[in-house]
Design a protein around this ligand. Sequence first.
Ligand code: ACO
Length: 331
Amino acid sequence: MKRPVAYVAGTGRGIPERVMTNHDFAALGLDTNHEWIFERTGIVQRHIASDAETTCWMAAKAARQAMSRAGVGPGEIDAIVLSTATPDRLLPSTAVDLQAELGATRAAAFDVSAACSGWIYGMTVAEGLMQSGVVETALVVGAEKMSAIVDWRDRSTCVLFGDGAGAAVLKRARPNSSRGILSTFMRSDGTLAELLWRPSGGATIPFSERVLQDRSSFVRMAGRETFKHAVRSMSEACDRALDGAKLRAEDIDILIPHQANVRIIEATAKYASVPMDKVYVNVDRYGNTSSASIPIALDEAMESGRVTEGTTALCVAFGAGFTWGSMVIRF
Ligand code: ACO
């Protein structure tokens, strides 16, 4: 097994206050109901951010908690890697807003765009920066205000997503320590981009009256195809991360998958031969918070004592792109 370069020194989460249950969609005039949503996805409720609870605001809340738990001050952070599909504005990045908010004056800050896999991608990038010797301490955040980009008139997508942020402080691993990131895996397939996308609102089809009218700047998803690719890709990613760490499924204490849909989670766990009592599930309370979902789940797992010193965790993600990735971390 390789000696880890980086370890997780602290985690945190930033969750907006307002809770929206499945029953609340009736008030929007949507033809849906709790039973349909719960049976298909396992989702019961999600948090929806207010105007004041921006992507940066949620990220800062998560980051401050992670930094406090890691005992790291803003001046010690060398890099801020923030994954988001919902930046507060298109230029500059939300990561620089977060840097300013935290007062992390020494940090290089940038966003990563890999949709729901973004936090795994961000962790891998931060680990690479440490490997190169440029960075000693990094803040890796997944922060998403999905409520701003879903079409609230489209019942097939808006019921699935929620808002929130999760963060981890990564520090250089101590020599000869076995604690830290043991393996990482990342893949993408851009030929499938249009199965889950926002057709307009970028540089090719900028915002216009027509875009607003045809609602093509909102998320569109081919649900069934996405489901199939998610299970296949997350299963592959579990294998690759275990191979990379030279571990077997029974060596894993906890599986922390991207929280999109409980049926995808169950299928992935089955394929990976990890029993459901070792799988962390909170999609019922948050819905799909895209790249925030794994760090939120990890933070809850640490807070509740399901992840403690010595725990070996397998994290696995899948998202728009398609992108997928995985990581074995020893705590
Ligand atoms: N309430 C009631 N009925 C609905 C709703 C709703 N909210 N949404 C769709 N329906 C209807 C459809 O219109 C369709 O009706 P029809 O048969 O009359 O045409 C019917 O329900 C079945 O629709 P399907 O889309 O085939 O339903 P499916 O069983 O595939 O479930 C779902 C849909 C839950 C979206 C599923 O495909 C899924 O979970 N896909 C993966 C989505 C996902 O996880 N994406 C995220 C991964 S990537 C990332 O995280 C960004």
